[in-house]
Structure formats: structure tokens, C-alpha cells
Ligand binder design. Sequence first.
Ligand SMILES: C[S@@+](CC[C@H](N)C(=O)[O-])C[C@H]1O[C@@H](n2cnc3c(N)ncnc32)[C@H](O)[C@@H]1O
Length: 257
Amino acid sequence: MSDNTAMAADRATVLFFELFSGLPRQGPGSPASTRQALELVPGVGARTRVLDLGCGTGAQALVLAESSPARIVAIDLHPPFIDALNREARRLGIADRLEARVGDMGNLGLADGAFDLIWCEGAIYNVGVETGLRDWRRLLSRDGHVALTEACWRKARPPAECVAFWEAEYPAIRDTATLLEAAEGCGYEIVGHFPLPASAWWDDYYRPLQDNVTAFRERHRDAPDARALADGVQHEIDIWHACSEFHGYEFLVLKVR
Ligand SMILES: C[S@@+](CC[C@H](N)C(=O)[O-])C[C@H]1O[C@@H](n2cnc3c(N)ncnc32)[C@H](O)[C@@H]1O
């Protein structure tokens, strides 16, 4: 990579994280949905070892810690998210059972059977559902569980603009029944599943992100690369407004078979 290419890549990363900074979470989800999924996992207690993958700044890890006495290791690729979560855990006095680490969910150097529950909200798409479910299975104890959210089609015949958006952003999106079949094919049984409500998209994620996009656009009025980034995120939000009845996130709770 030339110095100029490296500088351009650095600027893109800096702009990306500026646009997404200060948000309560980095993807759709809500405390109520996290608690609803946790209730589907039997016997969570002080001896339960949880691995939260793609934790971001830890919205769900903090809910898990507040709702149970489990011990949690939370992993994300982005060091500033990890620093923020460790700071918050210390502030709350729970750093003895919630530890955030920088790591790659696609290359986890962790021991076999080291966890009882793997949590992954809005992040398994980074490695792909099948790859994640198959690779992470070895990390789980015999009766281990996985809880994840993943984008799904909810209704047949979505509008063309919605199809075009997903074809460009995440062509692996499928309907809920096909996603459940894929999870079963990876060696899990379905304990339960439910769709995220619209409020988990708008109130918890897109409304704060919309405020960020508006302020970011103001700050970078003369920078075409920043404007293009803001346009892309705005398009995603607009597509959600136009097509949210056709696509959403499904929360899946799975048990090792
Ligand atoms: C859409 S965000 C979801 C964050 C968080 N779970 C939430 O719901 O707020 C996806 C997260 O995955 C992280 N990520 C992307 N690739 C990753 C990888 N290979 N290993 C670990 N984390 C990754 C990103 O840094 C980001 O924080």
C-alpha cells in the first residue's frame, strides 16, 4: 500500500468512527429484546461464562451483566469501543465479571468449551452465519447456547429499492424460516426466536444515528468523501423508513445439539 493509499484508508476509518461515535449502540437492538432472549436461556447464574462477540460499546453486554450474575468476556475489533466498555464496567463496579478485549471473531484464540453462552447482536454477518455458528461451536460447553440477531426478509415481494439496497449491502439476507434451517444445519436446535420491534431500530439506533448524520454533514460540508459517507448512511435510514415491514432483525436463541 502506498503512503497516499494508507492515508486515504486512515481518513475513511476516522470519518466512519466519527460518524458512529457517541451512540448508545452500534446496531439495531434494545435492552428489552436482550432480556427477552436471555430469558430463553435456562439456568444462567454466577457460574455461567458468556462470550459477547462484536460487542461494540457493549449495549447488550451491560444489559446481560445487569440482568444476571454471569461472567462476561466481550470482544470487538475496534479498540476505542473496548476502552469505552471497560471504562463503563469500572464505573459500574462490575469489572470483576465484565471484561472487554480487542479481538477478531473470525480468529478467536480461545479454549474449547470455555463458554456456556455466546451472544452476538448485529455482528455475526461480519463472518457469515454458517461460518460463525460452525466455528464457535467448539468454544461452547456441552449444553451451550448461542443468542444472535441477524437480518431477515419478513414479507414476500419487497419493493425494488429495498431489494437493491440489500443486494448491495448484504446479499446473504434470507427469510426467517431459511435462517432457522441454516442454524439447525450447523448443529444447533432452535430454543426460540422473535423479531426485533420497530422501536429497537428507530428509538435505540436510527434516531440517535440520524442526529449524528445531520451534525456530521454540517461539520464536513466541504468534504466530498465525508458527504458520500453521510449519504450512504442516510440512504440506509431512508430505506428502513420506506421498507421496514419487509425486512428486520430476528433474535435467535440456539442450543448445541
Ligand atoms: C453493527 S455493530 C453491533 C455492535 C453491538 N453488538 C450492538 O448491537 O450495538 C458490529 C460490531 O462488530 C464489530 N466487528 C466487525 N468485525 C469484527 C470482527 N471480525 N471481530 C470482532 N468484532 C467485529 C464492529 O467493530 C462493530 O462494533
